[in-house]
Ligand binder design. Structure first.
Ligand code: 5GP
Length: 210
């Protein structure tokens, strides 16, 4: 069980499969919750307001920026996306870890304020592979696919700012990797202060070791 909450940031080019990997990992864990972002992008078929995103207008989004309601926000492929600050703060105060699925610009902003966040980059095996994935999901037209591929090149140039790299060649392996990172991070001694204290006190009380 996670004791000191963690901010896990999963980033990488859009279309790389981040959402699928994240959903699979979070389905099995109760100690970490997904941060639902706000966006001005139109809803895709099947997406649910409040679950996938909060779909809001540009006017509403700009008001939220003015009120400093975002932990970070960025313009991604022509639309605005942002992480509501309140959600993350509330989760932390309830001792819950939070996972963000955000673009690389957003992740780099979060790095400035959350030094002990866990930053994971999900990359495609190649640009050709990413292009194939973007075409297969049929959610963007040709112009938007080109834009997403151009943005992906910039994002890939920033891999070295992250702590972990998952190359999504095999979905099961990628899911396993993300789950392993979250598990390993959550059982770091520095995040388990209460347990360490408890063990020390119990052992001391036991009189066996100091
Ligand atoms: P999509 O439109 O395909 O759902 O997402 C496009 C990109 O925006 C993805 O890379 C996704 O991770 C990113 N994104 C989603 N929510 C946020 C957010 O709150 N902030 C930032 N900076 N990027 C986001």
């Amino acid at each position: 069980m996670i004791r000191k909450p963690i901010l896990v940031v999963v980033s990488g080019p859009s279309g790389v499969g981040k959402t699928t990997i994240i959903k699979a990992v979070l389905a099995k864990r109760k100690d970490i919750i997904f941060s639902v972002s706000c966006t001005t992008r139109p809803k895709r078929p099947g997406e649910v307001h409040g679950k996938d995103y909060f779909f809001i207008t540009e006017k509403e989004f700009k008001k939220m920026i003015e009120r400093k309601e975002f932990l970070e926000w960025a313009e991604v492929h022509g639309y605005l996306y942002g992480t509501p600050r309140r959600f993350v703060e509330e989760a932390f105060s309830n001792n819950k870890s939070v996972l963000l699925d955000i673009d690389v610009q957003g992740a780099m902003k979060v790095m400035e304020t959350f030094e002990d966040g866990v930053f994971i980059f999900v990359a495609p095996p190649s640009i050709e592979d990413l292009e194939k994935r973007l075409r297969k999901r049929k959610t963007e037209d040709e112009r938007k696919i080109k834009r997403r591929l151009e943005d992906a090149l910039w994002e890939l140039r920033n891999i070295d700012k992250f702590q972990y790299l998952i190359i999504n060649k095999d979905l099961d392996e990628a899911i396993y990797s993300l789950g392993s990172i979250v598990t390993a991070e959550s059982i770091k001694v520095e995040r388990l202060e209460d347990d360490v204290k408890r063990y020390k006190e119990e052992v001391l009380k036991d009189g066996r070791k100091g």
